[in-house]
Design a protein around this ligand. Structure first.
Ligand code: GLY
Ligand code: MN
Length: 369
């Protein structure tokens, strides 16, 4: 997409002669490849994209997804697809397409070392430069089409979020509930999950990145469900916390505090506000409660072609929010050995504030056992 290629080049300083992106094997695919080449389907392992400062894009695709590649290029006059079958063909064509380029930008954060060695042998006299920051800056503010997809991904996640309460049945396992949620995301139109679904019962909720197991739901458990969908390559990321059975006054108060922390973080979101202010607004609410210090992660992160795409919002981010950024807002309180509560929504920064992308109800819900 010409506008996106030009956007990345605007952020490149100094500007290389070309920008080269190379995919290894799944999951080592550079999502920037798909940022510039808007192809909704296909894996594109081993594929290369060469972006030029005038907005033109050469894409080397394998025959495995040549049909998708040709279809996508048909709608974009600035993309030229080259189908290559073997590694040596790729190398010959890369050399030809970079031509006399003396300085080539690479996405260091996503390029595998194997690719770097191959490219260095292929093009021994080239100077490499790191395009990672430019790529990140370009990708972190979304265009209209990206927001449409993020909203749809969040709608799919929200639909599943609304369906969770009746699935909370005595004896269901964490893995079983996670599988059911992922199945439902697909039924609602997701191309897949945007990360491994977290379902944590009881004390497991105290670990933010818990991996579900065979623990069965029992009366009195708190429940943390953190899940997201991919829609046309764009991710959502939502967390909802529930309570099963017998009321727990402390967990109810914790939930109220997390809701208040999320509301405080949301209330500061608008262009120009340093990212850390979003975190600090939530942290202040939690630190003024009996659960001081129990927020043990950044309060959010950018979201886009991957679930953690760009910045994480913690106390160190001075960069200001900009219109079009899509971020999560996800405060939590964690009590080791007891459980946790996290509430997470996806929002997009607007001219004057923010808009929700995710919509599932976030109020405290006690599901009768
Ligand atoms: N959804 C998991 C996380 O944001 O870390
Ligand atoms: Mn998240």
């Amino acid at each position: 997409m010409k506008a996106r290629v030009e956007k990345v080049f605007r952020h490149l300083d100094p500007r290389p002669d070309v920008l080269l992106l190379a995919n290894a094997t799944d999951p080592h695919l550079d999502q920037t490849f798909f940022y510039l080449f808007d192809v909704p389907a296909g894996l594109f392992e081993g594929s290369v994209a060469i972006a030029h400062p005038d907005g033109e894009l050469d894409v080397l695709s394998s025959p495995l997804e040549s049909e998708s590649a040709y279809q996508a290029a048909k709608h974009d006059p600035h993309v030229k697809v080259h189908v290559v079958g073997r590694g040596d063909e790729t190398e010959g064509l890369v050399k030809k397409l970079v031509g006399s380029a003396a300085d080539i930008g690479l996405h260091y954060r996503e390029l595998t070392h194997d690719w770097f060695v191959r490219l260095s042998k292929m093009l021994p006299s080239v100077t490499w430069s790191d395009a990672s920051n430019a790529v990140r800056r370009a990708r972190v503010t979304k265009d209209a089409e990206e927001i449409v997809r993020l909203r749809r991904a969040a709608e799919i996640g929200s639909a599943v979020g609304r369906e969770i309460p009746p699935l909370l049945q005595e004896g269901v396992t964490e893995l079983g509930l996670a599988a059911e949620m992922e199945y439902r995301m697909s039924r609602h139109g997701a191309s897949g999950r945007s990360f491994a679904t977290i379902v944590a019962f009881g004390a497991h909720g105290a670990e933010p990145h818990y991996s579900p197991g065979e623990t069965r739901l029992a009366s009195g458990d708190s429940i943390v469900c953190d899940f997201g969908a991919y829609y046309r390559r764009y991710a959502s990321d939502i967390t909802r916390s529930f309570h099963f059975g017998r009321r727990d006054e402390e967990l109810k108060k914790i939930h109220d505090t997390v809701e208040a922390a999320q509301a405080a973080a949301l209330s500061v979101i608008r262009p120009g506000v340093p990212g850390k202010e979003v975190h600090l607004a939530a942290q202040r609410v939690i630190d003024a409660s009996p659960w001081k210090g129990r927020l043990n992660h950044g309060v959010g992160h950018s979201i886009g072609l991957s679930v953690h795409d760009g910045w994480g919002y913690n106390t160190t981010v001075d960069d200001p929010l900009e219109e079009g950024m899509a971020i999560t807002v996800e405060p939590g309180i964690y009590l080791p050995g007891r459980g946790g509560v996290r509430i997470e929504d996806d929002v997009v920064v607007t001219k004057t504030g923010y808009e929700f992308l995710s919509t599932a109800p976030r109020a405290y819900l006690e599901v009768p056992a």
